[in-house]
Design a protein around this ligand. Structure first.
Ligand code: HEM
Length: 201
C-alpha cells in the first residue's frame, strides 16, 4: 500500500474515533453504560480525556502529512503546540482514569504506563525540535502519535473480540497492553530500518 493511501486510511480511522469521543463528550444520551459509569465516578477526568484525545487525534493526523508540513510550516508549528497541550491534558486525565479503570491491577498498569509514555514521548519530541534536532523530533513524534492511535487500535481489537465472542472482562486487561505496545514496536522497527538504510548508504 502506498504512503498516501496509508495516510488516508489512518486519517479516516482517526476521524472516526475522534468523532466517537466528541459525541460521547457532547451528547450524554449517546453514552453506553460503560462510558456512563466512567462519567459518574470521574466526570472531569473523562471530559478532559475525551477533549484532549480528540484534538490530539485530529491534529496528529494532519501533522504527519509531509505535503502539509512543507507548505504550511508556520501552521505546522502552531498545531504542534496545540497537539502537545492536548496530549498533556488527555494524558494526565488518562492516567487518573487508569487508576480506576475496569479490570483491576493489570489494566491500571497497562493504561497508566501508556499515559506516561504518551506524555513522555510528546515532551521529548517537543524538546528535540526546540534544540533543532529535526530528525529526532520526527522519530519521537512518530512514537507519540503511535500512542495516540492506541485510541483507534483499542477499538479495532474490541470489535474483533466481539466478533469472535471473546469474554469482555477476560479480554479487557489484555487490551490495555496490546492496544499500544505493538504500535510502539512497529515505529521502532520503522526507525531502525531507516537508520540501517542511511548508515549503509
Ligand atoms: C494514549 C493514551 C490514552 C490512555 C492512557 C487512555 C486511557 C483511558 C482510560 C484509562 C479510560 C477509562 C477506561 C476504564 O474506565 O476502564 C479511557 C476511556 C476512553 N478513552 Fe482513552 N486513553 C488514551 C487515548 C485515547 C484517545 C487518543 C482517544 C480518542 C480520542 C481516547 C478515547 C477514549 C474514550 C472514548 C473512552 C471512553 C470509553 C470507551 O468508549 O471506550 N483515549 N481511556
Amino acid at each position: 500500500m502506498g504512503l498516501r493511501l496509508s495516510w488516508i486510511l489512518m486519517a479516516i480511522l482517526a476521524l472516526g474515533v475522534a468523532g466517537y469521543a466528541l459525541i460521547n463528550l457532547a451528547v450524554p444520551t449517546f453514552r453506553n453504560p460503560f462510558v456512563l459509569n466512567i462519567f459518574t465516578h470521574s466526570p472531569s477526568a473523562i471530559s478532559m480525556h475525551l477533549l484532549g484525545g480528540c484534538i490530539a487525534m485530529i491534529i496528529g493526523a494532519i501533522q504527519l502529512n509531509s505535503q502539509f508540513r512543507t507548505r504550511y510550516i508556520s501552521i505546522h508549528r502552531w498545531l504542534g503546540r496545540i497537539y502537545v497541550l492536548a496530549v498533556i491534558v488527555g494524558g494526565v486525565a488518562g492516567f487518573i482514569l487508569a487508576l480506576n479503570s475496569f479490570g483491576g491491577l493489570v489494566t491500571h498498569f497497562g493504561f497508566g504506563l501508556m499515559a506516561i509514555c504518551w506524555v513522555g514521548t510528546t515532551l521529548v519530541a517537543y524538546w528535540q525540535v526546540r534544540n533543532g534536532n529535526i530528525q529526532a523530533h520526527r522519530d519521537w513524534m512518530l512514537r507519540s502519535y503511535a500512542l495516540t492511535l492506541a485510541g483507534v487500535t483499542l477499538r479495532i481489537y474490541l470489535g474483533l473480540s466481539a466478533l469472535f465472542r471473546i469474554n469482555f472482562s477476560d479480554f479487557y486487561p489484555v487490551l490495555s497492553w496490546i492496544c499500544w505496545v505493538p504500535n510502539l514496536l512497529i515505529v521502532e522497527w520503522f526507525v531502525l530500518t531507516r537508520l540501517c538504510k542511511t548508515s549503509n548508504a
